[in-house]
Write a protein that binds this ligand. Structure first.
Ligand code: NIG
Ligand code: FE
Length: 410
């Protein structure tokens, strides 16, 4: 089965020798080829180039992309897509002046989501997560990382990870699973932190590893959640089972979470609404991706990460949605691009790099996703006709995506 996309106004990120990630000043130079074609065979990109060299045989399917841009789908490397219930009550509390951290301290927030998830059956969680997955696919997401962390008991954490496993078999979209048992301290362990860490290390992790349910390990390293020492303990326990860290840190406080994550060879450190010069220097010297989630500070009315400062210092940054019922009830990456440009002063080219190739790096998928390259998976966005790539973050309320191809299928 061959699909030929022809008459593409501009093909973005086409490169057969694509790097694993793009950083610093290079982020603003996005490869653009005008009047182009892409040829897909089964699940893969097999050729691309100028229309002057367009294949002349009759493919099984032809798509005319006159006026349109074609680019790789988003790699959303940080989500909490599996959850049992939305949290509009807290939304109203926040409107009336209660902060996100106060809600968490009062036993709302993550604990509220965990209580609901614990009593929700597997099939119900699977169906609602699948609906969300289909929703974000229409927004151009072609690969996704999904975390546990709303279970907080052995059974419920396993249930969440098994839902993620079952999602994998329902779609061709590449999915990575992350174990986030250390998302919040359950009320039952309020006076026994060590007991909960023990449960994670000695009960949850062995069984998760035994069933092969997780690719990564995460901790919410923050004053309202887990300390740096606790984060280190969990990263070390995860490493024994081959789980690399992707860590929530620096959402509200600089506590040393970035340094500790880098020391434990984290794939990414995520949030970074607060960061200091020492932490930027550490990230520059590391292979760890800085993943920014601007929909979270948008929704909880917090300040945004200093993306400009990070990129100008030479860092690579990725953008992800953080789709979750508490801080970010949205998985819409086009809106993330708009926030990145409007609130964090990223250029459209930088934002697109951050949501594609650098997102792929943050979930160890840049060998097969994130650029238009021969041999990579045919995960493509075909836009509606538009004048320039700046239209994508500019038109923040418009649906400018026409078609989404996942592993060769529209
Ligand atoms: O990334 N900050 C920690 N975890 C999620 C929010 C979880 C929640 O509020 O339910 C986040 O923002
Ligand atoms: Fe998160």
């Amino acid at each position: 089965m061959h699909t030929l996309i022809r008459n593409i106004k501009t093909l973005l990120l086409a490169n057969n020798q694509a790097p694993k990630l793009v950083q610093g000043a290079d982020m603003k130079t996005l490869s653009q080829l005008n009047n182009a074609f892409v040829l897909v065979e089964e699940e893969q990109i097999v050729d691309w180039g100028s229309m002057d060299n367009c294949p002349t045989f009759s493919p099984d399917q032809t798509i005319d992309a006159t006026g349109a841009f074609v680019l790789p789908t988003w790699c959303d490397s940080h989500t909490h897509l599996v959850f049992a219930a939305t949290r509009e009550g807290e939304f109203i509390d926040k409107i009336q002046g209660v902060s996100y951290e106060e809600i968490a301290r009062k036993g709302g927030g993550i604990l509220n989501s965990a209580q609901r998830l614990q009593t929700t059956p597997h099939e119900v969680l699977l169906e609602s997560a699948y609906q969300r997955l289909m929703e974000v696919k229409n927004y151009g997401t072609g690969a996704i990382e999904i975390k546990s962390g709303y279970g907080l008991t052995v059974d419920a954490e396993l249930k969440m990870l098994r839902v993620i496993r079952d999602l994998k078999s329902k779609t061709k979209m590449p999915i990575k699973a992350t174990f986030l048992g250390a998302h919040a301290l359950p009320l039952a362990y309020k006076e026994n932190r060590a007991g909960y860490l023990d449960l994670i290390v000695h009960k949850m992790l062995p069984q998760i590893a035994d069933e092969g349910l997780a690719d990564y390990i995460d901790v919410f390293c923050e004053k309202v959640a887990f300390s740096v020492a606790e984060t280190e303990q969990i990263m070390e326990a995860g490493a024994k089972y081959g789980l690399k860290p992707k860590i929530h840190t620096n959402q509200f406080n600089c506590m040393g979470g970035i340094q500790a994550s880098i020391a434990h060879k984290a794939i990414s450190v995520d949030h970074l609404e607060v960061i200091n010069d020492e932490e930027i220097a550490c990230l520059l010297a590391s292979d760890t991706m800085a993943t920014l989630l601007p929909s979270a500070p948008f929704f909880i009315n917090d300040h945004y990460p200093q993306a400009r400062k990070m990129i100008d210092a030479g860092m690579a940054v990725a953008l992800a949605s953080d789709y979750n019922p508490g801080s970010t009830p949205s998985g819409k990456i086009p809106f993330v691009l708009s926030l990145a440009c409007i609130k964090m002063k990223m250029l459209p080219e930088e934002a697109i790099h951050a949501a594609t190739l650098n997102g792929a790096y943050a979930m160890e998928e840049s060998h097969r996703l994130g650029t238009i390259s021969k041999g990579k998976l045919a995960n493509l966005i075909i836009t509606k006709p538009m004048n320039s790539i700046a239209y994508m973050p500019y038109a923040f309320g418009s649906d400018w995506i026409d078609k989404v191809m996942i592993a060769g299928s529209l």
